[in-house]
Design a protein around this ligand. Structure first.
Ligand SMILES: [Zn+2]
Length: 193
């Protein structure tokens, strides 16, 4: 191969490497996923909402636990936090010595004939804090039981829990004015769910 061809090939390889951003990954302990699933199933068909705490190590978020917010006003399509109790939760989370709040989670409950959409709404994008995670759990009554599986292509964890069909995705807001949230890889031992 001529030197110029080799140079060209090297350059295009470099461009490709620069283009593809490293994927962010969110690692959940199985009990973190189970806690969210119980909380969303408990209040279905209303929305559930909570916090995710853990730590960030490079491009990985290591989730230690998830907690639902208990004092909220719920409807089928929204969940409003109570500012006073939200402040109390923030104080408690800030008092953790080894971990911090790395994001929030909420559910998208649907009826049986509806599409189970785990995509952030415009409001979700606007209300996510910058450099923070937003986990979305979409659910609807299941037609049949399915095993849990993870699609690396769509970065979606899917399966049935209790009597619901569930789709889970994790997103990240890179900066305050971001118009889109970045989809993250999810890693967890889902065989045990
Ligand atoms: Zn939402």
């Amino acid at each position: 191969m001529s030197t110029s061809k080799l140079e060209k090939r090297k350059r295009s390889k470099r461009r490709k490497i620069q283009k593809s951003k490293p994927s962010l990954e969110v690692h959940f302990p199985p009990n973190g996923i189970i806690s969210m699933l119980i909380a969303v199933a408990e209040v279905y068909p209303k929305e559930a909402f909570g916090t995710v705490y853990g730590k960030r190590v490079g491009d990985r978020f290591l989730v230690k636990g998830v907690v639902p917010y208990q004092l909220v006003n719920r409807t089928r399509s929204s969940v409003e936090r109570d500012d006073k109790h939200f402040a109390v939760m923030n104080r408690i989370l800030c008092s953790l010595e080894r971990y911090k709040q790395v994001g929030l989670w909420h559910s998208h409950p649907y009826g049986q004939s509806q599409k189970c959409n785990a995509t952030p709404s415009q409001l979700d994008i606007e209300t996510t804090d910058s450099e923070s995670l937003e986990i979305i759990i979409a659910l609807r009554p299941a037609k049949k039981k399915t095993r849990w599986h993870y699609s690396t292509w769509s970065k979606t964890l899917t399966g049935t829990f209790d009597k619901y069909y569930v789709r889970i995705r994790a997103f990240y807001k890179p900066h305050e004015n971001a118009q889109r949230l970045r989809r993250c890889e999810i890693s967890t031992d889902y065989q045990g769910l």
